[in-house]
Ligand binder design. Structure first.
Ligand SMILES: C[S@@+](CC[C@H](N)C(=O)[O-])C[C@H]1O[C@@H](n2cnc3c(N)ncnc32)[C@H](O)[C@@H]1O
Length: 337
């Protein structure tokens, strides 16, 4: 069981009523807390729990409309996302107590100060490198916060090498929130001569690669896949802002992607929550060939130190380096015909 869930269960007497677990991991916590409902914005966690607890699960970027007195926020990585989630949770009608649990190295002590703006708060427990905090919500403090206008979405522009300009919309917690990542920028300069046919932006984030593909290859159908509901919503807003149409898929990984693709284009993930994690990318490299047509291409940007070329050559085909800059490389490999 996740250490944060273990800390919660050490204080189980607090969690006997109707409860919302926001951002909880897919472990046995719902079995232990029979009156809890779980809201996740991570499609992989949600999919794992679906077979056992479908009726108590909610997926999306918005707080599910439930009447609960207590909620627990599992601290996410991004400070902006924490602020958004706290603000949204305290607005839920009937909510009286807001708990927050997180790892010390994820910044739970800093986040506890964000929690304290909504009422009297204190630390309930500290164990397994995690802390559990409780805030007894004060209606006046919550109302003061509700009166503040928050601009959660950040917009930015990206000029493509051919002079076209794209408008990007990103929500809190999305990769490289509000700006173009350096690695992605390098990839955007090397998207020429892709095979024609269906294209996939794997790990689409705010949708910059998918929207660029749509701009450069308007006749090719484009799919965009991400695990994170905030990324999915951002990509949808980016497409709408640019008057573009593409399929946007909330998925746990490459297994949820379409098949018979002409190309997969990606700046692939290297994090899961606060931890560095290459699993989703290694799965992508191992399984990409199953999703590509014969002659289909995998094109990706990654940190130069990562040993992806070996995996690419073992599972896709000969790996070429198309560009290198600022510690990033763009790789291309074609599936044999
Ligand atoms: C390095 S970011 C790139 C985002 C965007 N394409 C860009 O270039 O700005 C990787 C993205 O992969 C997503 N991701 C992480 N794990 C994933 C998984 N298992 N399946 C699909 N997407 C995943 C993350 O949410 C993140 O948006």
């Amino acid at each position: 069981m996740d250490p944060r869930s273990q800390v919660l269960l050490r204080q189980a007497e607090y969690f006997t009523g109707n409860l919302l677990l926001a951002g909880a991991p897919a472990d046995g916590l719902l079995d232990e807390l029979p009156r809890a409902q779980l809201w996740s914005w991570q499609a992989d966690e949600w999919q794992k729990l679906l077979q056992w607890h479908a009726e108590r699960l909610h997926f999306g970027y918005q707080v599910p409309a439930l009447e609960v007195e207590d909620a627990v926020l599992f601290l996410p990585k991004s400070r902006e996302l924490t602020e958004y989630l706290l603000q949204e949770l305290v607005r839920q009608p009937g909510l009286q107590r807001l708990f927050m649990v997180g790892e010390k190295k994820a910044g739970i002590e800093r986040a506890a100060r964000q929690l304290a703006q909504f009422g009297k708060s204190w630390k309930l427990d500290s164990a397994r490198h995690c802390q559990l905090w409780l805030c007894q919500l004060e209606p006046e403090a919550v109302q003061d916060q509700a009166a503040l206008a928050h601009q959660w979405q950040q917009d930015f522009r990206v000029e493509l090498p051919d002079g076209q300009v794209l408008e990007l919309c990103s929500l809190p917690g999305v990769f490289s929130h509000g700006r173009l990542d350096k690695g992605t920028a390098l990839l955007l300069e090397h998207l020429d001569a892709l095979p024609s046919g269906p294209l996939l932006d794997f790990g689409c984030g705010a949708g910059v690669i998918g929207a660029t593909l749509k701009a450069l290859y308007p006749d090719s159908p484009v799919s965009m896949l991400d695990v994170d509901a905030f990324a999915i919503e951002s990509s949808k807003r980016t497409l709408a802002r640019n008057g573009m149409q593409a399929e946007v898929i909330a998925g746990a990984g490459i297994a949820d992607a379409p098949r018979q693709l002409a190309a997969i284009i990606t700046n692939p993930p290297f994090h899961k929550g606060v931890h560095t994690c290459y699993q989703a990318t290694e799965d992508l490299l191992r399984q990409a060939a199953n999703h590509l047509r014969p002659g289909g291409e995998l094109r990706l940007v990654a940190n130069s130190f990562l040993r992806y070329p070996e995996l690419i050559e073992a599972h896709v085909g000969l790996c070429r380096v198309l560009a290198e800059r600022d510690g990033f490389r763009v790789y291309a490999a074609k599936r044999a015909k």
